[in-house]
Design a protein around this ligand. Structure first.
Ligand SMILES: Cc1ncc(COP(=O)(O)O)c(C=O)c1O
Length: 418
Protein backbone atom coordinates (compact mmCIF):
# COMPACT_ATOMS: atom_id res chain seq x y z
CA UNK A 1 0.00 0.00 0.00
CA UNK A 2 1.35 3.43 -0.88
CA UNK A 3 0.62 6.32 1.47
CA UNK A 4 -2.21 7.56 -0.78
CA UNK A 5 -3.54 4.30 -2.21
CA UNK A 6 -7.32 3.70 -2.12
CA UNK A 7 -6.75 0.52 -0.11
CA UNK A 8 -4.82 2.46 2.45
CA UNK A 9 -7.47 5.16 2.61
CA UNK A 10 -10.21 2.55 3.03
CA UNK A 11 -8.17 0.92 5.79
CA UNK A 12 -7.67 4.20 7.57
CA UNK A 13 -11.24 5.31 7.31
CA UNK A 14 -12.45 1.94 8.59
CA UNK A 15 -10.11 2.33 11.55
CA UNK A 16 -11.38 5.85 12.09
CA UNK A 17 -15.01 4.72 12.00
CA UNK A 18 -14.32 1.94 14.47
CA UNK A 19 -12.31 4.12 16.71
CA UNK A 20 -14.63 7.10 16.80
CA UNK A 21 -17.78 5.04 17.15
CA UNK A 22 -16.13 2.89 19.76
CA UNK A 23 -17.29 -0.21 17.87
CA UNK A 24 -14.04 -2.11 18.28
CA UNK A 25 -14.33 -4.32 21.36
CA UNK A 26 -11.76 -3.17 23.88
CA UNK A 27 -10.68 -6.63 24.83
CA UNK A 28 -10.08 -7.68 21.24
CA UNK A 29 -8.24 -4.43 20.62
CA UNK A 30 -6.09 -4.83 23.69
CA UNK A 31 -5.27 -8.45 22.98
CA UNK A 32 -4.52 -7.59 19.38
CA UNK A 33 -2.17 -4.95 20.64
CA UNK A 34 1.07 -6.90 20.49
CA UNK A 35 4.11 -5.02 19.33
CA UNK A 36 4.69 -5.17 15.61
CA UNK A 37 7.94 -3.32 15.42
CA UNK A 38 9.93 -4.52 12.47
CA UNK A 39 6.95 -6.67 11.41
CA UNK A 40 3.88 -5.61 9.53
CA UNK A 41 3.26 -1.96 10.13
CA UNK A 42 -0.23 -0.72 10.92
CA UNK A 43 0.04 1.66 7.97
CA UNK A 44 -1.28 4.48 10.12
CA UNK A 45 0.50 7.66 9.08
CA UNK A 46 2.79 8.75 11.84
CA UNK A 47 3.20 12.48 11.34
CA UNK A 48 6.89 13.18 10.89
CA UNK A 49 7.87 9.55 11.51
CA UNK A 50 7.95 6.52 9.23
CA UNK A 51 4.76 4.47 9.38
CA UNK A 52 6.41 1.54 11.11
CA UNK A 53 8.63 3.45 13.53
CA UNK A 54 6.30 2.90 16.47
CA UNK A 55 4.83 -0.24 17.97
CA UNK A 56 1.52 1.09 19.25
CA UNK A 57 -1.34 -1.27 19.86
CA UNK A 58 -3.49 -1.23 16.71
CA UNK A 59 -6.03 1.58 16.77
CA UNK A 60 -4.48 3.33 19.77
CA UNK A 61 -4.43 7.11 19.67
CA UNK A 62 -1.53 7.92 21.96
CA UNK A 63 -1.72 11.42 23.41
CA UNK A 64 0.31 10.91 26.57
CA UNK A 65 3.96 11.51 25.65
CA UNK A 66 4.17 13.94 28.57
CA UNK A 67 3.98 10.89 30.84
CA UNK A 68 6.05 8.45 28.78
CA UNK A 69 7.06 8.70 25.16
CA UNK A 70 6.99 5.71 22.82
CA UNK A 71 10.44 4.56 21.80
CA UNK A 72 10.85 4.28 18.03
CA UNK A 73 12.20 1.20 16.27
CA UNK A 74 15.75 2.48 15.51
CA UNK A 75 16.22 3.39 19.17
CA UNK A 76 14.89 0.05 20.39
CA UNK A 77 17.18 -1.72 17.93
CA UNK A 78 20.24 0.15 19.16
CA UNK A 79 19.30 -0.64 22.76
CA UNK A 80 18.62 -4.31 22.15
CA UNK A 81 21.75 -4.75 20.04
CA UNK A 82 23.80 -3.20 22.83
CA UNK A 83 22.16 -5.53 25.34
CA UNK A 84 22.97 -8.62 23.27
CA UNK A 85 26.52 -7.39 22.81
CA UNK A 86 26.84 -6.81 26.55
CA UNK A 87 25.85 -10.36 27.36
CA UNK A 88 28.48 -11.75 25.00
CA UNK A 89 31.10 -10.84 27.62
CA UNK A 90 29.59 -8.61 30.33
CA UNK A 91 32.78 -7.44 32.01
CA UNK A 92 34.76 -6.84 28.88
CA UNK A 93 31.96 -5.00 27.08
CA UNK A 94 30.59 -3.00 30.03
CA UNK A 95 33.91 -1.66 31.29
CA UNK A 96 35.35 -1.39 27.79
CA UNK A 97 33.38 -0.62 24.66
CA UNK A 98 30.17 0.46 26.40
CA UNK A 99 31.98 2.69 28.86
CA UNK A 100 33.65 4.48 25.96
CA UNK A 101 30.41 4.71 23.99
CA UNK A 102 28.52 6.10 26.98
CA UNK A 103 31.04 8.92 27.09
CA UNK A 104 30.23 9.61 23.45
CA UNK A 105 26.54 9.74 24.39
CA UNK A 106 27.34 12.21 27.15
CA UNK A 107 29.20 14.43 24.67
CA UNK A 108 26.33 14.16 22.16
CA UNK A 109 23.78 15.01 24.86
CA UNK A 110 25.87 18.00 25.95
CA UNK A 111 25.90 19.33 22.38
CA UNK A 112 22.12 18.77 22.23
CA UNK A 113 21.67 20.82 25.42
CA UNK A 114 24.20 23.49 24.53
CA UNK A 115 26.52 22.84 27.48
CA UNK A 116 29.97 21.41 28.17
CA UNK A 117 30.36 17.64 28.46
CA UNK A 118 31.90 18.11 31.90
CA UNK A 119 28.70 19.88 32.99
CA UNK A 120 26.48 16.92 32.15
CA UNK A 121 25.68 13.61 33.83
CA UNK A 122 23.63 10.65 32.65
CA UNK A 123 20.89 9.79 35.13
CA UNK A 124 17.90 7.47 35.31
CA UNK A 125 15.22 10.16 35.53
CA UNK A 126 14.46 13.80 36.24
CA UNK A 127 13.56 12.94 39.83
CA UNK A 128 16.95 11.31 40.39
CA UNK A 129 18.75 14.40 39.08
CA UNK A 130 16.66 16.68 41.30
CA UNK A 131 17.38 14.46 44.31
CA UNK A 132 21.13 14.49 43.71
CA UNK A 133 21.10 18.27 43.49
CA UNK A 134 18.93 18.86 46.56
CA UNK A 135 21.10 16.52 48.64
CA UNK A 136 24.25 18.14 47.30
CA UNK A 137 23.42 21.56 48.79
CA UNK A 138 24.36 22.35 52.38
CA UNK A 139 21.33 23.95 54.02
CA UNK A 140 21.04 25.61 57.41
CA UNK A 141 17.86 25.48 59.48
CA UNK A 142 15.60 28.35 58.40
CA UNK A 143 16.92 28.53 54.83
CA UNK A 144 14.14 28.81 52.28
CA UNK A 145 13.33 27.35 48.89
CA UNK A 146 10.96 29.09 46.51
CA UNK A 147 8.99 26.91 44.12
CA UNK A 148 5.52 26.85 42.53
CA UNK A 149 2.27 25.06 43.25
CA UNK A 150 2.41 23.44 39.80
CA UNK A 151 5.46 21.25 40.28
CA UNK A 152 5.35 17.54 39.57
CA UNK A 153 6.14 15.40 42.64
CA UNK A 154 9.38 14.44 40.83
CA UNK A 155 10.52 18.05 41.10
CA UNK A 156 9.12 18.65 44.56
CA UNK A 157 9.89 15.56 46.66
CA UNK A 158 13.60 16.45 46.84
CA UNK A 159 12.76 19.75 48.56
CA UNK A 160 10.25 18.13 50.90
CA UNK A 161 13.10 15.82 51.93
CA UNK A 162 15.52 18.63 52.77
CA UNK A 163 12.71 20.49 54.54
CA UNK A 164 12.10 17.48 56.75
CA UNK A 165 15.77 16.67 57.32
CA UNK A 166 17.26 20.15 57.69
CA UNK A 167 14.43 22.43 58.78
CA UNK A 168 14.31 24.25 55.45
CA UNK A 169 11.14 26.21 54.70
CA UNK A 170 9.38 25.86 51.36
CA UNK A 171 7.62 28.92 49.95
CA UNK A 172 5.20 28.48 47.08
CA UNK A 173 4.35 30.81 44.22
CA UNK A 174 0.80 30.25 43.01
CA UNK A 175 0.23 29.73 39.30
CA UNK A 176 -3.54 29.39 38.96
CA UNK A 177 -5.00 27.35 36.07
CA UNK A 178 -5.25 29.60 33.05
CA UNK A 179 -2.41 31.86 34.25
CA UNK A 180 -0.44 32.43 31.08
CA UNK A 181 1.37 35.65 31.87
CA UNK A 182 5.12 35.11 32.38
CA UNK A 183 5.75 38.63 33.69
CA UNK A 184 3.16 38.13 36.42
CA UNK A 185 4.86 34.87 37.39
CA UNK A 186 8.30 36.53 37.56
CA UNK A 187 6.81 39.38 39.64
CA UNK A 188 5.35 36.88 42.11
CA UNK A 189 8.72 35.13 42.45
CA UNK A 190 10.42 38.50 43.01
CA UNK A 191 7.91 39.41 45.72
CA UNK A 192 8.34 36.13 47.56
CA UNK A 193 12.16 35.95 47.66
CA UNK A 194 13.48 36.61 51.16
CA UNK A 195 16.96 37.12 52.55
CA UNK A 196 16.96 33.43 53.50
CA UNK A 197 15.91 32.10 50.07
CA UNK A 198 18.65 29.82 48.73
CA UNK A 199 17.02 28.14 45.76
CA UNK A 200 14.43 29.01 43.11
CA UNK A 201 13.09 25.72 41.75
CA UNK A 202 10.56 25.59 38.91
CA UNK A 203 9.67 23.63 35.80
CA UNK A 204 10.61 24.68 32.30
CA UNK A 205 7.29 23.46 30.87
CA UNK A 206 4.59 23.05 33.50
CA UNK A 207 3.41 19.47 33.85
CA UNK A 208 -0.15 20.67 34.49
CA UNK A 209 -0.70 22.94 31.49
CA UNK A 210 2.44 22.82 29.32
CA UNK A 211 3.01 26.55 29.93
CA UNK A 212 6.52 27.58 28.93
CA UNK A 213 7.92 29.23 32.02
CA UNK A 214 10.20 32.28 31.78
CA UNK A 215 13.34 30.30 32.71
CA UNK A 216 15.87 32.91 31.57
CA UNK A 217 14.14 35.68 33.55
CA UNK A 218 13.73 33.55 36.66
CA UNK A 219 17.34 32.36 36.47
CA UNK A 220 18.54 35.96 36.15
CA UNK A 221 16.39 36.90 39.12
CA UNK A 222 17.87 34.03 41.14
CA UNK A 223 21.40 35.08 40.27
CA UNK A 224 20.74 38.73 41.17
CA UNK A 225 19.59 37.56 44.62
CA UNK A 226 22.46 35.08 45.05
CA UNK A 227 20.10 32.12 44.84
CA UNK A 228 20.54 28.94 42.82
CA UNK A 229 18.15 28.31 39.93
CA UNK A 230 17.15 24.65 39.67
CA UNK A 231 15.00 23.79 36.66
CA UNK A 232 12.88 20.68 36.23
CA UNK A 233 13.04 20.16 32.48
CA UNK A 234 11.24 16.80 32.32
CA UNK A 235 8.69 18.04 29.78
CA UNK A 236 11.02 20.01 27.56
CA UNK A 237 13.79 17.93 26.03
CA UNK A 238 12.75 16.59 22.62
CA UNK A 239 9.77 18.95 22.50
CA UNK A 240 11.54 22.31 22.38
CA UNK A 241 15.09 23.33 21.47
CA UNK A 242 17.31 23.73 24.52
CA UNK A 243 20.33 25.93 25.14
CA UNK A 244 21.66 25.95 28.68
CA UNK A 245 23.68 29.12 28.10
CA UNK A 246 20.63 31.03 26.88
CA UNK A 247 18.49 29.73 29.73
CA UNK A 248 21.16 30.75 32.22
CA UNK A 249 20.05 28.35 34.94
CA UNK A 250 22.40 26.65 37.39
CA UNK A 251 20.80 23.23 37.18
CA UNK A 252 18.63 21.52 34.59
CA UNK A 253 17.30 18.02 35.27
CA UNK A 254 15.47 16.17 32.53
CA UNK A 255 14.23 12.77 31.36
CA UNK A 256 15.07 10.70 28.30
CA UNK A 257 11.82 8.74 28.36
CA UNK A 258 9.28 11.43 27.52
CA UNK A 259 9.56 13.76 24.50
CA UNK A 260 13.03 12.51 23.61
CA UNK A 261 11.50 9.04 23.06
CA UNK A 262 14.45 7.30 24.70
CA UNK A 263 14.53 4.08 26.73
CA UNK A 264 12.59 4.17 29.98
CA UNK A 265 14.82 4.93 32.94
CA UNK A 266 17.10 7.48 31.28
CA UNK A 267 17.78 11.10 32.10
CA UNK A 268 20.27 13.95 32.03
CA UNK A 269 21.46 16.37 34.66
CA UNK A 270 23.19 19.64 33.83
CA UNK A 271 25.07 21.42 36.61
CA UNK A 272 26.66 24.66 35.48
CA UNK A 273 30.44 24.57 35.81
CA UNK A 274 30.80 27.80 37.79
CA UNK A 275 28.36 26.66 40.49
CA UNK A 276 31.37 24.88 41.99
CA UNK A 277 31.04 23.51 45.49
CA UNK A 278 27.66 25.19 46.10
CA UNK A 279 26.21 21.99 44.68
CA UNK A 280 28.25 18.97 45.64
CA UNK A 281 26.25 15.80 45.00
CA UNK A 282 27.61 12.43 46.03
CA UNK A 283 27.16 11.21 42.46
CA UNK A 284 29.88 13.65 41.38
CA UNK A 285 32.52 12.60 43.89
CA UNK A 286 34.29 10.49 41.29
CA UNK A 287 33.67 12.82 38.36
CA UNK A 288 31.03 13.17 35.68
CA UNK A 289 31.68 10.00 33.69
CA UNK A 290 28.74 7.67 33.06
CA UNK A 291 30.48 4.91 34.99
CA UNK A 292 32.54 5.72 38.06
CA UNK A 293 32.98 4.73 41.69
CA UNK A 294 30.22 7.07 42.94
CA UNK A 295 27.57 6.06 40.45
CA UNK A 296 28.33 2.38 39.89
CA UNK A 297 27.17 0.36 36.92
CA UNK A 298 24.13 1.59 35.04
CA UNK A 299 22.06 0.00 32.29
CA UNK A 300 24.55 0.55 29.50
CA UNK A 301 22.07 -0.53 26.78
CA UNK A 302 19.63 2.14 27.95
CA UNK A 303 22.34 4.81 28.07
CA UNK A 304 23.39 3.92 24.54
CA UNK A 305 19.74 3.92 23.46
CA UNK A 306 19.52 7.45 24.84
CA UNK A 307 22.20 8.44 22.34
CA UNK A 308 20.18 6.84 19.55
CA UNK A 309 17.11 8.78 20.72
CA UNK A 310 19.03 12.05 20.39
CA UNK A 311 20.05 10.96 16.88
CA UNK A 312 16.43 10.10 16.02
CA UNK A 313 15.06 13.44 17.21
CA UNK A 314 17.95 15.32 15.57
CA UNK A 315 17.43 13.56 12.25
CA UNK A 316 13.86 14.88 12.13
CA UNK A 317 14.93 18.20 13.60
CA UNK A 318 13.50 20.21 16.47
CA UNK A 319 12.41 23.02 14.17
CA UNK A 320 10.21 20.62 12.19
CA UNK A 321 9.00 18.92 15.36
CA UNK A 322 8.00 22.19 17.00
CA UNK A 323 6.25 23.37 13.82
CA UNK A 324 4.38 20.07 13.52
CA UNK A 325 3.36 20.06 17.17
CA UNK A 326 2.26 23.70 16.98
CA UNK A 327 0.00 22.88 14.03
CA UNK A 328 -1.66 20.07 15.98
CA UNK A 329 -1.93 22.31 19.04
CA UNK A 330 -3.69 25.03 17.09
CA UNK A 331 -6.11 22.50 15.59
CA UNK A 332 -6.98 21.12 19.01
CA UNK A 333 -7.18 24.57 20.61
CA UNK A 334 -9.63 25.75 17.94
CA UNK A 335 -11.61 22.51 18.05
CA UNK A 336 -11.98 22.69 21.84
CA UNK A 337 -14.09 25.84 21.41
CA UNK A 338 -16.84 23.53 20.18
CA UNK A 339 -16.59 21.02 23.05
CA UNK A 340 -19.12 21.49 25.84
CA UNK A 341 -18.08 21.67 29.51
CA UNK A 342 -14.30 21.66 28.92
CA UNK A 343 -12.35 24.86 29.58
CA UNK A 344 -8.89 25.10 28.03
CA UNK A 345 -6.42 26.36 30.64
CA UNK A 346 -3.29 26.14 28.50
CA UNK A 347 -1.95 29.16 26.66
CA UNK A 348 -3.40 30.29 23.33
CA UNK A 349 -1.29 29.19 20.33
CA UNK A 350 1.89 31.25 20.35
CA UNK A 351 5.18 31.54 22.14
CA UNK A 352 3.94 30.35 25.56
CA UNK A 353 2.12 27.28 24.31
CA UNK A 354 3.98 24.02 23.81
CA UNK A 355 2.74 20.63 22.69
CA UNK A 356 0.48 19.96 25.65
CA UNK A 357 -3.04 21.24 25.97
CA UNK A 358 -4.94 20.87 29.21
CA UNK A 359 -8.63 21.44 29.76
CA UNK A 360 -10.38 21.56 33.08
CA UNK A 361 -13.81 20.13 33.79
CA UNK A 362 -16.69 21.09 36.05
CA UNK A 363 -16.61 19.35 39.41
CA UNK A 364 -19.40 16.94 38.48
CA UNK A 365 -17.30 15.49 35.63
CA UNK A 366 -14.33 13.63 37.07
CA UNK A 367 -11.27 13.85 34.85
CA UNK A 368 -10.23 10.31 35.79
CA UNK A 369 -13.58 8.91 34.69
CA UNK A 370 -13.46 10.84 31.43
CA UNK A 371 -9.96 9.51 30.71
CA UNK A 372 -11.17 5.97 31.35
CA UNK A 373 -14.09 6.42 28.97
CA UNK A 374 -11.80 7.90 26.32
CA UNK A 375 -9.59 4.85 26.57
CA UNK A 376 -12.21 2.14 26.96
CA UNK A 377 -14.60 3.41 24.31
CA UNK A 378 -12.41 5.34 21.91
CA UNK A 379 -8.91 3.86 22.40
CA UNK A 380 -7.49 7.28 23.16
CA UNK A 381 -4.81 7.56 25.83
CA UNK A 382 -4.70 10.90 27.70
CA UNK A 383 -3.32 12.04 31.04
CA UNK A 384 -5.44 12.76 34.07
CA UNK A 385 -4.43 15.99 35.76
CA UNK A 386 -5.34 15.30 39.37
CA UNK A 387 -8.08 17.25 41.09
CA UNK A 388 -5.58 18.87 43.49
CA UNK A 389 -4.22 20.68 40.45
CA UNK A 390 -7.32 21.36 38.37
CA UNK A 391 -9.52 18.32 37.59
CA UNK A 392 -8.62 18.11 33.96
CA UNK A 393 -7.06 16.11 31.20
CA UNK A 394 -3.78 16.83 29.47
CA UNK A 395 -3.28 16.10 25.80
CA UNK A 396 0.29 15.66 24.52
CA UNK A 397 0.92 15.86 20.78
CA UNK A 398 4.24 14.80 19.36
CA UNK A 399 5.94 14.12 16.07
CA UNK A 400 4.11 10.81 15.47
CA UNK A 401 0.64 12.27 16.08
CA UNK A 402 -1.52 13.47 13.24
CA UNK A 403 -4.48 15.74 12.58
CA UNK A 404 -6.51 12.57 12.47
CA UNK A 405 -5.57 11.86 16.11
CA UNK A 406 -6.69 15.34 17.10
CA UNK A 407 -9.97 14.95 15.23
CA UNK A 408 -10.59 11.55 16.82
CA UNK A 409 -10.11 13.10 20.26
CA UNK A 410 -12.41 16.03 19.48
CA UNK A 411 -15.13 13.69 18.20
CA UNK A 412 -14.80 11.52 21.31
CA UNK A 413 -14.92 14.51 23.64
CA UNK A 414 -18.00 15.89 21.93
CA UNK A 415 -19.69 12.55 22.45
CA UNK A 416 -18.60 12.06 26.05
CA UNK A 417 -19.22 15.63 27.23
CA UNK A 418 -22.47 16.23 25.34
C1 LIG B 1 7.60 18.32 35.38
C2 LIG B 1 7.93 16.89 35.72
N1 LIG B 1 8.95 16.63 36.55
C3 LIG B 1 9.32 15.38 36.86
C4 LIG B 1 8.65 14.31 36.34
C5 LIG B 1 9.11 12.94 36.70
O1 LIG B 1 9.97 12.48 35.70
P1 LIG B 1 10.88 11.20 35.94
O2 LIG B 1 9.97 10.04 36.01
O3 LIG B 1 11.80 11.15 34.77
O4 LIG B 1 11.59 11.41 37.21
C6 LIG B 1 7.56 14.52 35.48
C7 LIG B 1 6.82 13.39 34.92
O5 LIG B 1 5.76 13.50 34.35
C8 LIG B 1 7.20 15.85 35.16
O6 LIG B 1 6.18 16.12 34.35
Amino acid sequence: MTPSSPTRRAFLSSLGALSVAGALPVRAWAVAGGAHIGGTATEIPRGLAAADDFGFAPGLVYLQTGSLGPTPRPVIERTMDAWKELESNPTLICYGKHEREMEEVRAKAAAFLGCGTDELLLTNSTSEGMNWVAQGITFARGDRILTTDQEHPGGRACWDYVARRHGVIIDVVAIPPGENNPSAIVARFRQQITARTRVLSFSHLLTSTGLRMPVAELSALARSRKCLSVVDGAQAIGAVALDMTALGCDVYATSGHKWLLGPKGTGLLYVRADVGARIDPIALQSGHSAYNASTGVCSTPSALGLGAAIDYISSIGLTSIEAHNNTLYRRLYDGMKRVAKATVVSAAPGSLATAQLTFSLPLDVLSGELATRLFDTHHIQVKVVPANMLNGNRISMHLFNTERDVDALLAALKMELA
